[in-house]
Ligand binder design. Structure first.
Ligand SMILES: Cc1ncc(COP(=O)(O)O)c(C=O)c1O
Length: 506
């Protein structure tokens, strides 16, 4: 065990995770933690300090980014040999950064994305934690050919600044692709963004003032929540576990909160993997149109349907003028290109283009042009066939394994597409504890509580099957089944860290 001693000042304006970072950095600088020393586990340090595990995970992430420590799932977290703390014990006086930060509500940072320590798939680790497409399926050669082709043909032009609204042929192509899904859009209605995360951010920045209400599904995608909260929006959740009452719930929330915006993922929702049926889709659009708020539709998993009938996007339904549509090439093709898009009516799209220009002048032309070439050659259709077959077989392996390994009382979704399955644990079994024990046995899962914006929260796990082969999926599910079964018979273990620092209610 390392000689690490940390004292927290609860009255300080310096956030708790920062205090942990600073004290570990100092311990490294003074040598009280030596090279290759093992640091306490997230769970152990969180328990000792009486803080949430995520707080410690956030501190460890900072230190890993600085190259001072490294986490190896299954082995632990260690001080890096030769890692030099950037800050000495006696830094020259500088700005008091915490007091200079803009007044972004702190809660936007309170629940970071699941930390690298909790999601990264180290050697020997089985990762069900992240909705990532599998890099082994990336069409690297085909994409390289397209990069060569556009560089050869367009040369310097494709390395220059481009229009902030996006590479014109790609805007055209996206509009055409959307036409095939029933969305009437011209190239002028499409803005290319740096991933759909930026699309959500720009729409939110164009519409929201501090104090505005935003309705979201509960649970929902954490990346969107953080955007809304960073702008000072007040969130209201509509529960998604009663599909027949979804429209009624939205109606009630809209009446109560008079939102400017409602954010929905109608297909293979993140995190629950649920899909909203046609009747409910019509209901949502008609409420938005009637009450004159904007429905932000996130179609992030578009084209990742492996069976069943495709449903029209909200944007394609009567009343779709109230819908702003965002989607991405990230999940179906290559996340690292950072290319997504937003479709909005002319007045709003002009505003979004102005904001995009202020933000980054426009998304890089080279990936856009290469993507356009890739799709023009028919490579996207070919790629979708390949990944759909792979993901479908992984999903089936996960469902079969769950059927075999999970005890009665556990339930889960059976999505017709997407990248993950949503598991609901029986009463009395804590998802946090199951996740913690699984992690110690090198199986990393998505903890359901991260995605809830308000009560009631249920005990869930989000299990992504996209990154793992069927044989490994079976192994990981067997481990989870064993943990859940034992916890069902042994009963809950007291949750000290939860009581010490409850998850923030938003
Ligand atoms: C539901 C949802 N929307 C949007 C995004 C952002 O994707 P990107 O910015 O890579 O397009 C993600 C990423 O995980 C997501 O899960």
């Amino acid at each position: 065990m390392s000689p690490l001693s940390i004292t927290l000042d609860r009255e300080s304006r310096v956030p708790v995770y920062r205090q942990i970072v600073d004290q570990i950095r100092d311990a490294l600088a003074t040598g009280s933690i030596g090279p290759d020393d093992r640091l306490p586990t997230l769970r152990a340090l969180a328990g000792r300090l009486g803080v949430n595990r995520l707080t410690v995970a956030r501190a460890y992430d900072h230190l890993s980014e600085e190259g001072l420590i490294a986490s190896h799932i299954g082995r632990g977290t260690f001080a890096v040999r030769g890692g030099q703390p950037e800050r000495s014990l006696h830094p020259p006086p500088g700005p008091a950064w915490e007091s200079l930060f803009a007044r972004t509500p702190e809660r936007a940072f309170e629940r970071p994305f699941p930390s690298a320590a909790m999601t990264s798939a180290g050697e020997g680790t089985i990762s069900f934690a992240s909705l990532y497409p599998d890099p082994d399926l990336f069409p690297v050669k085909e994409f390289r050919d397209c990069v060569d082709q556009v560089l050869g043909r367009q040369g310097a032009a494709v390395l220059a600044y481009g229009p902030p609204s996006g590479y014109p042929p790609l805007r055209e192509m996206v509009a055409k692709m959307l036409g095939e899904r029933g969305i009437e859009a011209s190239a002028e209605d499409v803005l290319i963004t740096s991933g759909s995360q930026q699309a959500i951010d720009l729409v939110a920045r164009a519409l929201l003032d501090p104090g505005d209400s935003v309705v979201v599904e509960n649970p929902t995608f954490l990346g969107a929540v953080q955007v809304f909260q960073s702008l000072g929006a007040r969130l209201a959740g509509v529960p998604v576990d009663e599909p027949d009452r979804l429209v009624e719930h939205l109606e009630q929330a809209a009446a109560r909160r008079n939102p400017k915006l409602a954010y929905f993922m109608p297909s293979f929702q993140n995190p629950t993997s649920r899909t909203i049926d046609l009747e409910a889709r019509r209901g949502l659009v008609s409420i938005a149109a009637g009450r004159r708020f904007v429905l932000l539709e996130d179609d992030f998993a578009a084209d990742l349907r492996y069976e069943g009938t495709d449903l029209p996007p909200l944007k394609a339904l009567p009343g779709g003028g109230s819908v702003v549509y965002v989607s991405t090439f990230a999940k179906k093709l290559l996340p690292g290109l950072r290319v997504g898009w937003v479709v909005a009516p002319p007045r709003l799209i002009d505003r979004l283009i102005s904001l995009k220009k202020i933000t980054d002048y426009g998304t890089s032309l080279l990936p856009q042009a290469a993507l356009h070439e890739f799709c023009r050659r028919g490579n996207l259709d070919h790629h979708l066939k390949k990944v759909s077959a792979a993901y479908r077989s992984r999903r089936d392996s996960m469902l079969d394994a769950m059927e075999r390994e999970f005890p009665d009382g556990v339930s889960w979704t059976r999505p017709e597409g997407g990248l993950s399955i949503w598991v609901t644990l029986p009463d009395g079994v804590s998802a946090d504890e199951v996740a913690g024990e699984a992690e110690s046995r090198s199986v990393v899962v998505g903890r359901g509580d991260l995605f809830y914006v308000e009560s009631p929260r249920r005990e869930n796990l989000r299990l992504a099957y996209s990154m793992t082969s069927p044989a490994i999926i079976r192994k990981g599910i067997a481990v989870l089944g064993e943990i859940i079964r034992r916890r069902m018979t042994e009963g809950p273990i007291p949750r000290r860290e939860k009581r010490a620092e409850p998850m923030p209610l938003i």
